[in-house]
Design a protein around this ligand. Structure first.
Ligand SMILES: *[C@@H]1O[C@H](CO)[C@@H](O)[C@H](O)[C@H]1NC(C)=O
Ligand SMILES: *[C@@H]1O[C@H](CO)[C@@H](O)[C@H](O)[C@H]1NC(C)=O
Ligand SMILES: *[C@@H]1O[C@H](CO)[C@@H](O)[C@H](O)[C@H]1NC(C)=O
Length: 425
């Protein structure tokens, strides 16, 4: 009885031990004896450190060829930051990751994670968002071939800060640069090659910004960790132009209409009610336009946008016109006689051929007729004479203001009105 119990216990423990062995064998199959990929991976990475830079030749530099392929750009004119979403192809040779394909059933390429191998730390040096680019490239799958050639094509967002200039808004052109270099290796250690430059095929055009030009230049500066070394920095330049389709309707057409309004105020008869009404309407329109524009136009550039300057000057001219109109109306109704010198000068100008033709027949035919009759009739009353002399002076002043405001507007149109630039050198 005692012996049987011991035997049973022994048998039970034996069976559970066998069970456990079977389960263990199920979990850990011997795949590496069957999969050549696993054999190759354990062969390559058995003694590999992803932090050690592969040294290619006697000069101990690693050459890296990169090709930047922008896909999408985004430019934010409130923060002056340009985001370039691109694919960056990088290939280099890692002599520590070579094998003989014959030893591995002729296998001559392998996909590996970029986290498992050494990758160059090529990042933007003038980043507009340092957090985003502070690390190395984002994780991706890379191709490796038997002679150690590695090709990685990570999708990267480069964020650059631009020196903006909104002077020619809405036809402004922005110059954005991305400085690309290795962060922690000097040019003696890593040699960057940008032989294919920027490849713009497959680029999705931005609705708001058009790339006028993209180019690559480079500069050499002291290596940030040791002054006796240098680093090579590639500068990728994007010249962007705002598309602004139909944008002139919003900004430029109102500017012209306001200009015509101001001029017509000066053209209208000084003591007519219409003149005052048009003047007030124009004044209010200027005010609304300037408020509206200031809210919309980006004004964080170095210079004030020309279109805003145009509106501001036009507003000042309008205010001046309003003041002159009020003064002239006041003078018209006053009982003081015009000073002798003023009457003399006025009549001198008016009596000249130039004054007769331009001023009287064009601007005020009624005054012209009145002037002719009063010249014949020498028995004018004192009152009529006084009014008449003021009329001349007012007429002349109105005419002079009109000409000078027109002239100012023409200069402003030439200098300040933005026009589309179609090509740059
Ligand atoms: C990168 O790949 C191209 C094409 O496969 C090759 O010609 C070039 O030598 C490679 N560059 C480097 C640095 O390995
Ligand atoms: C853009 O800016 C860079 C430097 O910031 C300058 O070298 C380059 O000439 C500029 N390009 C244009 C077209 O203005
Ligand atoms: C800087 O580089 C020089 C030349 O290679 C070397 O002699 C020096 O020790 C380096 N300095 C530092 C701080 O690494």
């Amino acid at each position: 009885m005692y012996k049987t119990t011991i035997l049973i216990i022994f048998l039970i423990s034996l069976s559970s031990f066998i069970n456990e062995c079977i389960t263990l064998a199920n979990v850990c199959k011997d795949i590496s004896s069957k999969s050549v990929y696993l054999q190759l991976k354990s062969y390559l990475f058995c003694d590999y450190d992803a932090d050690v830079r592969p040294e290619n030749n006697k000069k101990k530099t690693t050459s890296i060829e990169i090709t930047v392929m922008p896909k999408i750009i985004e430019f934010n004119d409130a923060t002056n930051i340009l985001d370039v979403h691109c694919w960056t192809a990088m290939n280099w040779t890692d002599p520590y990751l070579t094998w003989n394909p014959d030893d591995f059933e002729g296998l001559n390429s392998l996909y590996i994670s970029s986290n498992d191998v050494w990758v160059p730390d090529i990042i933007v040096h003038n980043s507009g968002d340092a957090n985003d680019n502070a690390k190395s490239i984002p994780e991706t799958t890379c191709g490796l071939n038997s002679n150690g050639g590695i090709l990685c094509i990570p999708a990267i967002k480069y964020t650059a800060h631009c020196d903006t200039d909104y002077t020619h808004y809405p036809y402004d052109i922005q110059n954005c640069t991305i400085e690309l270099a290795s962060w922690s290796y000097s040019s003696d250690e890593i040699l960057l090659l940008l032989s294919h430059g920027i490849v713009m095929t497959d680029f999705t055009p931005n609705n708001e910004w058009k790339i006028l030009k993209s180019s690559i230049i480079y500069k050499i500066q002291d290596f940030k960790m040791n002054n006796s070394h240098t680093s090579l920095i590639y500068i990728i330049q994007f010249i962007l132009q705002r598309r602004g389709a139909g944008i002139h309707i919003v900004y430029i057409v109102p500017a012209i209409i306001l200009m015509v309004m101001t001029l017509s105020v000066l053209w209208l008869d000084c003591h007519s009610t219409e003149r005052m009404i048009v003047a007030y309407i124009s004044f209010i329109c200027h005010l609304i336009c300037i408020q509206d524009l200031y809210a919309i136009i980006p004004h964080n550039g170095a210079a004030l946008p020309n279109i805003l300057q145009f509106y501001e000057n036009s507003f000042l001219l309008m205010a001046g016109t309003l003041i002159i109109t009020a003064l002239l109306r006041e003078v018209q109704n006053s009982s003081i006689l015009a000073p002798q010198w003023l009457t003399c000068t006025t009549s001198l100008i008016l009596q000249s051929k130039f004054g007769q033709v331009l001023l009287l027949s064009i601007l005020d035919p009624k005054a012209s007729a009145f002037l002719e009759t009063s010249a014949d009739d020498r028995t004018d009353l004192m009152h009529a004479k006084k009014n008449l002399t003021w009329s001349y002076v007012i007429l002349l002043l109105g005419w002079l203001t009109f000409i000078s405001v027109l002239f100012t507007y023409i200069i402003m149109l030439v200098i300040l009105l933005p026009t589309r630039i179609t090509s740059i050198t």
